[in-house]
Design a protein around this ligand. Sequence first.
Ligand code: SF4
Length: 349
Amino acid sequence: MSSLTNEVKKSAYLAGFDLVCLSSAAPLAKDEARYKEWREKGYAADLQYMIREEPRRWVPQDLLPEARTVITLAVNFFSGARRMESKRGFGRVARYAWGKDYHEIVKARLEEWVKNLDILAGRSTKNKVLVDSGPLLERALAHQGGLGFVGKNTLIISRKLGSFIFLSEVLTDLELEPDILIEDEKKDACGACKECIADCPTGALVAPRQLDARKCIAYWTIENKGGIPEEMRSGIGDWIFGCDICQEVCPYNGLARQTQWKDLLPETGAGPYLSLLEVLSLKSDEEFKTRFKGMPIMRAKRVGLMRNACVVAANQKYTEAVGNLVSIVEREPDEMLKAHAEWALKQLS
Ligand code: SF4
């Protein structure tokens, strides 16, 4: 490994990133075909940011024409808590959203770290930092650089840390030595395991490494801004924001160890559960913003989070929520939310 490549990696680890790998910034030809096939099958649902093609997700140089290398950095967000059980009166939150919003936390550290590239290279470098913020096939890049393999649950799984990791990238004009996949890393590391496919309550993993967003709990409870189709509601169970089932059941997550990133711990944010009564009594967008400011939960918006709480209350047969649901039906101006509250009342009656 060249000394510059070595120094860049060392410096990223010193800055607290848990895993680092390097790939060439050349177009990802094979992955382009896979991505297009997935999108053409309609599996992207109406994730407009996934469907857009310009800049092209498989061409890193569309994002930075001078790019020669993609540095992929992973941040471990595992809090140390193992399997989370259901709790009556509470909705479960996906692990990535337990602490503060990682976009802000990781971006701040990455932007600080990138300044080192000029010092290490001894010249002014051109770089672009991405923290879930640019269209790029980041899992393909992470796999190509040997950071992990793509599991049947479609996620990048590190053989050191499991899959509770955030990916971020720096596109740079530095010519660094890309990591080469060793033979072992090319094999399907899932082997005969199919736990994630078998345990997904809504059948969203329609085949190994094929996620149909139209059946995914995370899609319906976070990305979707409209109503949740009735046929999806019972499968959502008690997930009020996102879902972790395909990761919780993955044996590789037995490798997960507690993060060193203090701002990602549950004490700093929403934590693993949200009270249904609290969510169902949110009165205004301002109240929602004050409660969830700086947390990933903001993405669902007040109406989306309350919609999800209606579904969870019905699924849990949580009759204690009847008063709150009636009040939504009587006072809520949003028709979609009102319809979910009416539906939940019917289920509870
Ligand atoms: Fe692969 Fe099994 Fe993990 Fe699914 S649960 S990603 S099949 S190892």
